[in-house]
Design a protein around this ligand. Structure first.
Ligand code: IVH
Length: 677
């Protein structure tokens, strides 16, 4: 390639990658496979390495730049327009009163009645982005509202933030939005922190704030931070749209991720309906919401109403019921995990949080427990967020009366009395034969995400173990069915159904089987990745037992030395190998994953799921993926099928409007070649 051809290619790559980023993060409709993206990205990096002068601030290679040097601080920047906040309301009566104040404030001026643009109130960290001639030049944290910190490198690493605006760019644009950590990333981050015996974050918001405070932008990218922009703050060189909702449309055109649920209504009733709809979505979204925001839509009316010192008169936030409550800590139980880890679990006086009765909550680890200084009998605050396991946030010391008892960390395993071993602050039971560990391993082995042996839930595993019918993993395939039939609550039908399930489990998908073994660090994703180069149990055993095992494992994308070590020690432990041999002898032979085989009947089709389906979303998604299809979350022209269950809402409308084919579950079942889905 000549230099001028290289320059053209450089430009072409920047544009293509920016387009793919937008499709991936904003439209949730990836245009190319990850591998193709990575290939183009490497090509761009190579070109820029050769021609360093070509590196531009909007090149995708600049998303995760170099960390700021240790000890430095983010520069402080004054906001051109202050970042004010919102008046919080807690009842519909207050919304009525807010509406009255708006009407009174307008006093018939403005010539029209106010409409309200309703949006979710995302519970993250706000930031302001400044674009000059279409190029992102600065990203600033809220700070005290007047002065914030320049956190441009971190914001560039946030998924969906355009480095350059799409389409026709104004001379200057400043937008405000909320940076969020997906609840799923938050869960895995906390799991990793707890695993390393570090302090977990209390909620996704704190985790986001903690990530954005880092001088190194890499964690912002790695932890999957996202943004939803919600206000156009300044615009120069172009006429401002007359309404907020039109501004959001313009922001979308420029390539920003905007909240998927925005609705313009004409009064408090409409706000109430939107609130109810969002409350229902609260458990479904992968981002935390703490209420809804209602904003006067017409900019002219906003100007007439103006702002108070800290909050505008034209907007309000109607908050959801908090997901935090107080209750009494009755006792602390030490649970033994499947890897022997000891985890303190709080037994609580039952308390309703966000509509669910909570009886137990996690206290994470010994260090967390000690640092909180919670005592038995304390009144504690308990938080439930999204799908996250409830956690004890801390004691309420003012409520103490002196009768509370400090908790003594045990020196022995509560299940087998082995002396507790400590690896740093980590506490675990070192006994491989510990019955509590065996139970947990079994519970995991048969669980829905693993071998999915229906009918053998956690309670049943307890029952079978107590009766001496289940011990190690292989005992599942050597059950004494007469003894099972003699157990209380196990009639002929349920025994027969379980027998069939156990037979089916013998031919589980290989990645599922690998995940089911419960090897520390091997989650479902890692298992899938491993099953590509190691397509069956034998190849895996051979790799782990042979030369250069670590190298072979770390060559797999996403596998580091720790997981490699964990695999090696699992597959070299003679007792584990005996268990595996016994399983094979009993007829267990995991099948190569269907999902890894290309050419499935649904290959090339993109699905969106909506409404209530008879199976969980995760299960339907898996079926589609196993048949080679793809599942995304937003309907667009590229969607092949919308699978609609009962109470399907806006997605169904959108699909119909776009002419996307709509299927019910039966229809999906037909595509999958099943009799019933
Ligand atoms: S508008 C002048 N819209 O809530 C209007 N804020 O207490 C400024 N937030 O600092 C805010 N979702 O961090 C607006 N859809 C939304 C929002 C939102 C979340 C946050 C934002 C702000 C705080 C207000």
């Amino acid at each position: 390639m000549s230099v001028s051809e290289e320059k053209d290619r450089h430009e072409e790559l920047i544009q293509a990658l920016a387009d793919y980023d937008h499709a991936y993060h904003v439209l949730a409709q990836p245009k190319v496979p990850d591998a193709e993206y990575d290939r183009l990205f490497s090509e761009l990096k190579a070109l820029e390495k050769f021609h360093p002068a070509w590196v531009r601030p909007d090149s995708p290679t600049q998303r995760v730049g170099a960390p700021l040097p240790e000890g430095s601080k983010f520069p402080r920047v004054e906001h051109a327009a202050p970042m004010i906040s919102l008046e919080s309301l807690f009842s519909m009566d207050e919304v009525e009163a807010f509406h009255e104040r708006v009407l009174k404030g307008l006093d018939g001026e403005g010539g029209e009645a106010p409409n309200y643009a309703c949006e979710p109130k995302w519970d993250g960290v706000s930031a302001s982005l400044v674009y000059e001639e279409g190029l992102l030049v600065r990203a600033v944290s809220r700070g005290d509202g007047s002065v914030g910190e320049d956190i441009t490198p971190n914001l560039k690493a946030v998924g969906g933030v355009p480095l350059r605006l799409r389409g026709q760019a104004p001379a200057l644009l400043e937008v405000r939005g909320e940076v969020l950590m997906p609840i799923s990333s938050f869960d895995s981050l906390n799991e990793a922190l707890v695993g390393a015996d570090e302090k977990p974050f209390a909620n996704p918001r704190n985790a986001t704030a903690g990530t954005l405070k880092r001088l190194d932008p890499a964690p912002a990218a790695k932890r999957g931070l996202r943004i939803f922009v919600y206000e156009l703050a300044r615009l120069e060189g172009m006429t401002e749209p007359p309404t907020h909702s039109k501004s959001l449309d313009a922001l979308m055109e420029w390539g920003f991720p905007v909240s998927p649920w925005v609705e313009v209504v004409d009064g408090p009733k409409g706000v109430a309906a939107f609130y109810a709809a969002m409350e229902a979505k609260r458990g479904e979204a992968d981002f935390e919401m703490d209420g809804v925001v209602a904003k006067v839509d017409q900019k002219g009316l906003r100007d007439l109403l103006g702002s108070r010192a800290r909050t505008p008169r034209w907007a309000c936030a109607l908050k959801f019921a908090p997901r935090e409550e107080m209750t009494r800590l009755l006792k602390i139980e030490i649970q033994v995990g499947r890897t022997g880890r000891l985890t303190p679990r709080a037994h609580l006086e039952p308390v309703k949080i966000g509509g669910v009765v909570v009886r137990h909550a996690t206290l994470h680890n010994a260090r967390y427990l000690r640092e909180l200084d919670v005592r038995i009998g304390d009144t504690v605050t308990v938080r439930r967020a999204g799908d996250v396991i409830p956690q004890v946030m801390g004691p309420v010391p003012e409520k103490r009366d002196g009768s509370e008892k400090p908790f003594q960390w045990p020196g022995k395993c509560p299940a087998c009395s082995s002396a507790v071993a400590g690896k740093g602050e980590l506490q675990f039971c070192p006994n491989l034969d510990c019955p509590a560990q065996a139970r947990r391993r079994l519970q995991h082995f048969v669980s829905r995400g693993a071998l999915r042996v229906e009918g053998l839930g956690e309670k049943a595993v307890e029952l079978f173990s107590d009766a001496g019918l289940l011990s190690s993993l292989d005992s599942l395939f050597d059950l004494d069915w007469n003894a099972v039939a003699a157990l209380e609550g196990w009639g002929e039908k349920s025994v027969q159904a379980l027998r069939e399930q156990v037979e089916k489990a013998k031919e589980a998908d290989w990645p599922r089987f690998l995940f089911a073994l419960g090897i520390p660090g091997v989650g479902p994703e890692t298992a899938r990745a491993l099953c590509v180069p190691f397509p069956n149990l034998d190849s895996m055993r051979e790799a782990a037992g042979g030369d250069k095992a670590e190298q072979k494992f770390t060559e797999v994308e996403g596998i580091g030395p720790e997981v490699a070590a964990s695999l090696i020690s699992f597959f070299r432990e003679p007792r584990n190998l005996e268990v595996l041999d016994r399983m094979v002898a009993a007829g267990v032979s995991p099948l190569p994953s269907k999902s890894l085989a290309s050419g499935g009947p649904l290959e090339g089709s993109t699905f969106v799921l909506t409404g209530t389906l008879s199976l969980s979303r995760g299960e339907v998604k898996e079926k589609i993926e196993n048949a080679g299809g793809k599942v995304t979350s937003t309907v667009s022209k590229k969607t092949t099928f919308l699978v609609a269950g009962a109470h399907a809402g806006s997605k169904l409308e959108k699909a119909t409007a776009l002419g996307v084919e709509v299927l019910d579950e039966k229809g999906l079942g037909l595509l999958l070649g099943e009799d019933s889905p």
